[in-house]
Design a binder for this molecule. Structure first.
Ligand code: URA
Length: 244
């Protein structure tokens, strides 16, 4: 049994500060198992007790988890399942956390995808002001020429905005690397299409300074604290905004 003081349990669930939770309790707005409890020191156990504030049930706050996944092609990034389609969260079967992906990759795109239950971290990574670069390796049906590279580096219009890659380099005959800062739907495919290149494979290999490395396709692992920092490293370098 894991008993905690009611005020502390509410604060840990993100309701308010410990002091403000005590106020809620004194005001008679908190119920435990349907009964108003006005003593903040009352011991509660999340596995046994139902707690509500203003009649809304309160859930225990989950500890935060951060995974890197090597997404296989054929899985969509969505919390809801449209029809019978495979979703990325199927690869996390058996996990009890309320997970979601940080941003999206197209169904047929492979590679580095972050999955978490931490909305704040996800917001920081996705927000345009974060300035985080992402790198993709693209295999094409044609040999890449200097003209293709020139057109790719000009970018393309995506959702009414012109997207210009930070860098484009040829890797070998039909493979190039492209680095972009925006996070717009289909952006790399649209840029490749403008250069009249047919994309055979698209794989994300880096987010910020976090590299996918040798994680096998379809597998995931926990991020270390250092790796979490690497995701936001570009942001820290480029923004004076204080991080909490
Ligand atoms: N750009 C694309 O075109 N697709 C992705 O999945 C990611 C970036």
């Amino acid at each position: 049994m894991d008993k905690k003081r009611l005020s502390k349990a509410l604060a840990a669930a993100g309701i308010a500060s410990r002091r403000a939770c005590e106020e809620l309790i004194f005001e008679g707005r908190v119920k435990v198992n349907g009964k108003v409890i006005k003593i903040p020191q009352t011991l509660v156990d999340w596995s046994l007790d139902q707690i509500s504030v203003d009649e809304s049930p309160v859930q225990k706050e989950e500890s935060k988890v951060y995974y890197m996944l090597n997404k296989p092609a054929g899985y969509i990034c969505s919390s809801a399942r449209p029809g019978q389609k495979k979703i990325v969260l199927d690869l996390f079967a058996g996990r009890t956390e309320r997970l979601f992906t940080i941003g999206r990759l197209d169904k047929e795109t492979e590679g580095l995808l972050l999955v978490t239950n931490d909305g704040r971290f996800a917001h920081e990574v996705i927000h345009p002001s974060s300035n985080i670069s992402k790198e993709y390796v693209v295999k094409t049906a044609q040999e890449i020429t200097p003209e293709h590279l020139e057109t790719l580096s000009q970018g393309a219009r995506v959702d009414e905005k012109w997207i210009r890659p930070i860098s484009v380099t040829k890797v070998r005959r039909g493979t190039f690397r492209i680095c972009v800062k925006e996070g717009r739907k289909h952006e790399v495919r649209i840029i490749a299409e403008r250069a009249q290149l047919k994309v055979l494979e698209l794989r994300r290999v880096r987010i910020g300074s976090l590299i996918l490395g040798t994680l096998p396709v379809g597998e995931y692992r926990n991020l270390t604290d250092r790796e979490k920092e690497l995701v936001l490293a570009d942001f820290k370098k480029s923004s004076p905004r204080k991080k909490s």
